[in-house]
Design a protein around this ligand. Structure first.
Ligand code: OFO
Length: 169
């Protein structure tokens, strides 16, 4: 059985994951319209992943005797001035999500809820991967600079992005 405070903290994370899904959906849609086929494919897949992260929490809360809360959708506030700016925001966003996962782990430990602590380890590993992916992609973008051919190849590569790290799943 979850304590009220753990249930509330996990429910806050449901909202964060749901918002993440919206953020990446907005990025995907922007990239699609700009003609970045690879980047949009990547962002659509990211959006799906975030939804999966959210659903995992919904199931866990309900299985442990709590009640998952599904909140309203918030319109993402994004700077859509360039693909580079897009990926910078992706990294900043993931750093914030990592902080919220860390806070959750802290709450689980404070309450000696080891089942929740164990459950959260998947998210800890996932955040390592997501931050590493974002840094890896930003490094590539910095290498491209203003080279149009490089951008074309980069976008093509993003269609089948494979993570340089495989810590979760
Ligand atoms: Fe759910 O990992 Fe990104 O936000």
């Amino acid at each position: 059985m979850l304590s009220k405070s753990i249930e509330e903290a996990l429910n806050r994370q449901i909202k964060i994951e749901g918002d993440s899904s919206q953020v990446y959906l907005a990025m995907a849609s922007w990239a699609e319209v700009q003609g970045f086929e690879g980047i949009s494919t990547f962002m659509f897949a990211q959006s799906e992943e975030e939804r999966m992260h959210m659903l995992k929490l919904v199931k866990y809360i309900n299985q442990r005797g709590g009640q998952a809360k599904i909140s309203s959708i918030v319109e993402p506030v994004l700077d859509l001035s360039s693909y580079k700016v897009l990926f910078k925001q992706l990294l900043e966003h993931e750093i914030k999500v990592s902080e919220s996962i860390n806070d959750l782990v802290g709450i689980a430990l404070d309450e000696r809820d080891y089942a929740t602590h164990n459950f959260l380890q998947w998210y800890v590993a996932e955040q390592i991967e997501e931050e590493a992916n974002a840094r890896y992609i930003l490094d590539k973008i910095n290498l491209i600079g203003d080279d149009k051919g490089g951008l074309y190849l980069f976008d093509n590569e993003m269609k089948n992005f494979t993570s340089p790290v495989t810590t979760a799943k």
